[in-house]
Design a protein around this ligand. Sequence first.
Ligand SMILES: O=C(O)CC[C@@H](O)C(=O)O
Ligand SMILES: [Zn+2]
Length: 539
Amino acid sequence: MAGIFQRSLRLQRALRHLVPQSPLSSTVTARHSPLDLHCPFLPSTSWQFGICCRKLHTGKDGPKPSPAAAPDRLPFSRITQEDLAFFRKILPGRAVTDPDLLESSNVDWLKTVKGSSELLLRPQTTEEVSQILKYCNSRNLAVNPQGGNTGLVGGSVPVYDEIILSTGLMNNILTFDSISGILTCQAGCVLETLSLHLEERDYIMPLDLGAKGSCHIGGNVATNAGGLRLLRYGSLHGTVLGLEVVLADGRVLDCLATLRKDNTGYDLKQLFIGSEGTLGVITAVSILCPKKPKSVNVVFLGCETFEQLLKTFQLSRGMLGEILSAFEFLDSECMRLLNTHLKLHNPISDCPFYVVIETSGSDSTHDGEKLHNFLEEAMTSLLVTDGTVATEDSKIRALWSMRERVTEALTHDGFTYKYDISLPVERIYQLVTDMREHLGDRAKSVVGYGHVGDGNLHLNVTSAAKDPALLAAIEPFVYEWTAGCNGSISAEHGLGLKKRNYIYYSKPSSAVSLMGNIKAMLDPKGILNPYKTLPDDLK
Ligand SMILES: O=C(O)CC[C@@H](O)C(=O)O
Ligand SMILES: [Zn+2]
């Protein structure tokens, strides 16, 4: 208790100096990984039942999901010299065949999936994308649309020799309406570039994520990326107002509306948000952006138990209300990895759990008072045991990096098995505890972090090297556990190549088969991002 008191003195001191007045800052975190290449596909696992203490699930009501394994190559055409001549003609200097240049586009950011594409196409306009797809469709050539290649489920790279269609040169900001805050841009704009553009105009992007320095807005939309601000600004299904999409046969679907309201029939753009490049190639996006907050504060708190952390969340919702813009957590294992691998130091004393809370408002005095009252209440109710407050840019950035760089720290810890789970918020850490107990000393680390405000847990398990026995112990345990709570096996990263066959844990077979019908209607030859999102039994 004395320790708690001493530690909370730091927080009390911080509260006295709470001078809320700091512009929102952004951190450049270009992703890079030193890991060696690993075999693209996870090995077959045997089914292990009976360890989970909850009701066993083998998928909602569909077939028993098959373990993640290499899909068979589908009978697409191989690229011929004539094909190359066509692409070189329509994209002078932008049809890349040099293997050295293709290397980084063939491998995913985690370096766990590696394709063998021999052609990278770099269109600049929607018309060029349309010509490419029309041709590929007629020739039965498979295409892998690619944005910033920061995905975590193997969705953004070819599995075999699919042609890579990069949106990297489609990076023009088209319009920005400073009255309504609606931005329209090409799909290849880097998220951080858009954020900086908007900040100069007193607005911000409604989404923010660790990969902002390299991810593309088109990829964000195609994967329905969630990120750190979803709690406040909602998902892309709400903020994206319009999309321009090129369909598999080259037809351009112009749904690039900039209207807040439009009830003229089906809202077709929603189909492409989260479709992971399997239904069409997104070429332009219009998105509703919030006003830049005038006052931003970030606090970093320590909690002794996850229950106290949840109560802190509840308290923050009540006391901070509309100014709460993020409520994120990491556990002490994450802190250990941040310290060991990235030499980032814990800004407070050691605790089992850490919370990053951000407030964004329009009045620094009002926000400061609210935050002060909230923190005082959290301390006197003994919900938090230590903490620090940041009001200046550099400290705000430093505190955020404790949360944003966990993924990077994990890449230095060995081979990482990654899970991105949606659960009722009160259950999210139980899965980490149960996984630790279940795996015993078989794993190197089992860490939990994520978006408490969205009920989204990032559960990561590391081992010194790729370990099929460990994988067999993790899966299907993790999926059964999740299905037992009616959770989702992919909260925000998508299904890509790695999770596609586990879809039945989170969707009934009727829904999966309807997805198959939609795919067949929009891409009858299945040329767009084959091997991704849809389970193998639909192919
Ligand atoms: O690496 C992960 O598992 C999570 C990445 C990202 O979604 C995050 O929230 O930091
Ligand atoms: Zn996340």
